[in-house]
Write a protein that binds this ligand. Structure first.
Ligand code: DGL
Length: 273
């Protein structure tokens, strides 16, 4: 039978924090990870550009035999997913599926907050898209959402500065801005797949009663549920436990950074798009 891995996509390394949880929860499946490192970060790019880049990568996954692709990137989920689902899939192949990370997270968030005041930390692109407030309202109309864009956080992580005093400075600045919007926020969502690397520093700057959520585990559980409920998709996904990694930038650079995100070393291949 032809290999049909599940595609996992991010602009760079961040999606590896999601892939790590997905492979821990669903180790039997085959996966292909693609980081579009050559064109990262996506967070500051226009809708059109993020859409164009994401669609190009999704088409590549399909050419590799994937029937199911997860956009493990909030920016791509916010700016490109809807158009791909509603317009492109029908033209390319209506049996393929592309899922994002925003819906699984917004479905869950109301279970964590007692004050009904939730903070969202994300890239500029995700914040401006309004996706989180819009989606959270659908599931939990009583929940108020406060957003803060953290444009320096992805560059800090991508440049290996996530443990530096500079990181403390920018984290402190953005957390203060967020908490100034409401002192009743009791749940903060890290709505960018790069941010789990900053978790300890973020928690240090927050009162103990604030819960900080990252998406990896939530997305992994949601994918497991999706595959259980969509057996027609599950049977298509090959299950030999293989994982391959691709980057649009230097494979050597990718391999030297990836372990921080993925928890294990990886051997990637370069892809020219
Ligand atoms: N990891 C991506 C996300 O979840 C953002 C990184 C970027 O700006 O490219 O939003």
């Amino acid at each position: 039978m032809k290999q049909q891995p599940i595609g996992v996509f991010d602009s760079g390394y961040g999606g590896l924090t999601v892939l790590k949880e997905i492979t821990a929860r669903l180790p039997q499946y085959d996966y292909i990870y693609l980081g579009d490192n050559a064109r990262a970060p996506y967070g500051t790019r226009s809708f059109e550009t993020v859409y164009e880049y994401t669609l190009q990568c999704v088409k590549w996954f399909f050419s590799q035999g994937c029937s199911l692709v997860i956009l493990a990137c909030n920016t791509a989920s916010a700016k490109a997913l809807r158009s791909i689902q509603q317009n492109d899939l029908a033209k390319i192949d209506s049996s393929k599926r592309v899922l994002g990370v925003i819906r699984p997270t917004t479905e869950m968030i109301g279970r964590y907050t007692k004050t009904n005041q939730v903070g969202v930390l994300a890239t500029n692109g995700t914040v401006i898209s309004g996706s989180y407030p819009i989606e959270i309202k659908k599931f939990y109309p009583a929940v108020q959402v406060f957003q803060e864009a953290c444009p320096m956080w992805v560059p800090l992580v991508e440049n290996n500065e996530y443990n530096s005093p500079g990181a403390d400075y920018f984290i402190g600045k953005n957390i203060n801005h967020l908490l100034q919007q409401s002192d009743k926020i009791d749940t903060i969502l890290l709505a960018c797949t790069h941010y789990p690397l900053l978790m300890e520093k973020i928690k240090k700057q927050l009162p103990d009663n604030v819960t900080v959520l990252s998406q990896g585990e939530i997305v992994a559980n949601s994918l497991a549920k999706y595959l259980q409920n969509h057996l027609e998709m599950d049977v298509k996904c090959s299950k030999q436990g293989d994982i391959s990694f691709y980057t649009t930038d230097s494979a050597e650079d990718f391999d030297s950074h990836a372990a921080i995100f993925y928890g294990k070393s990886v051997k990637s291949m370069h892809l020219s798009l």
